[in-house]
Design a protein around this ligand. Sequence first.
Ligand code: HEC
Ligand code: HEC
Length: 391
Amino acid sequence: MLVRQLFSLVAAFMLFVWSCAKSTEKKSSKPLPDDINVLAALPLTVTAPANNPITDEKVMLGKLLFFDPILSGNKDVACASCHHPNFGFAESLEISIGVNGKGLGEKREFRIPNDIPFVKRNSQTIINTAFNGLTNEVQSSPDAAPMFWDLRAKSLENQSLEPIKTFEEMRGHLYTQAEVLDKILDRIKKNSEYQQLFKAAFGTENAITKENLAKAMATYERTIVANNSRFDQYMRGDNTALSQNEIDGMMLFLKSGCSKCHNGPMFSDFKTHTLGVEDNEKVGFSDDGFQKKYAFRTPTLRNLRFTAPYMHNGKLKTLQNVLEFYEDLSGGQIKNPKVKPRQLDPLIEHLKVNFKDISAIIEFLGTLNDDKFDRSIPTKVPSGLKVGGNI
Ligand code: HEC
Ligand code: HEC
């Protein structure tokens, strides 16, 4: 009896010693890289809010509105001026030119004379914004989908009226922020083609309202999707969709710590992080982002081929530049002198970028491109103004 008790006491003691050893071993070990399950294919279908189902009539109306400069104070800027299909529904400027701009892509510039500032940030793509907010953790609701580099709008519907109200984007000098939406609605109400189109889309007389304007544009945006990249095909089970080099690149992407923030089907956690990207002198002031913390939302890594330059202010021209930025960051270099080391995002501790891995990671990012999104442009818009604005 005694022997047995003694035995179990010794056994318990040994178990205790072993578990202590194990827990210290755990503490001192390096953080493990993510495995491939933190990444995912995009869904094959888009979910719309319950009160704004997708219909052909709404898509058609939303598309015309998106390309019609009637929405801007001076009738010179359309949504498409900065989100053009030929530029991946983004643009190739570092930061946007809205009111008083002319030209498209790299050629876009201010007309002279000019007293309008640049928009302070790089234009995000519209492609796949239908999936904004979709992460591994939360079932996204399209009513709450986060928008903008600092998450300041929720849902495509709410987002779509913001550029119309913003001075340098679409509003200009003609109207105040308080009156601009009503003035624009008055214009649309006077247009017989829009009267017909709103009626067809919403089924009521007097359908030309702010809410319906927003609903139509959001519905069109929900049709601009690219969810069948070679990466998606691979994740859905086609093992031949990626080359061995690209798979190696994916493993290095995971190993380098990229997926601590760029994860889920959109390669974004839809959270903000402080990385200390340097300011763009063209902005004219220091953009301190979300809650003045120099934090910006993790952008999607899909379709990067079409959306250079990169970062919230377009400061980095190529993916090579971005990867070198991360290599420096993982080596402790902060590019923005206004950002102190203690402000940096704690997840950066997981970042380990070796120069020799950079080209393989870029090769993997190439598998996230899918150029089969709808690039069609209306031949004319109901206002009779120039399609896409002064481009
Ligand atoms: C002058 C250029 C310009 C015009 C015109 C413009 N945008 Fe944008 N758009 C931007 C910029 C810049 C951002 C990022 C702004 C930020 O995050 O602070 C953006 C962001 C967005 C986003 C958020 C995407 C995301 O992933 O969060 C959507 C959606 C969008 N715009 C739709 C529209 C619509 C709809 C219109 C027309 C009503 C429009 N934009 C007009 C430049 C423009
Ligand atoms: C701590 C979170 C975090 C980690 C880790 C991280 N990123 Fe990012 N990434 C971001 C944020 C936030 C931005 C936007 C920063 C800004 O504009 O100020 C960004 C921007 C980017 C962009 C620019 C995309 C665009 O459209 O402008 C690319 C490309 C990118 N990251 C790739 C990577 C790669 C590759 C790795 C791994 C080497 C990585 N990221 C690691 C959060 C992270």
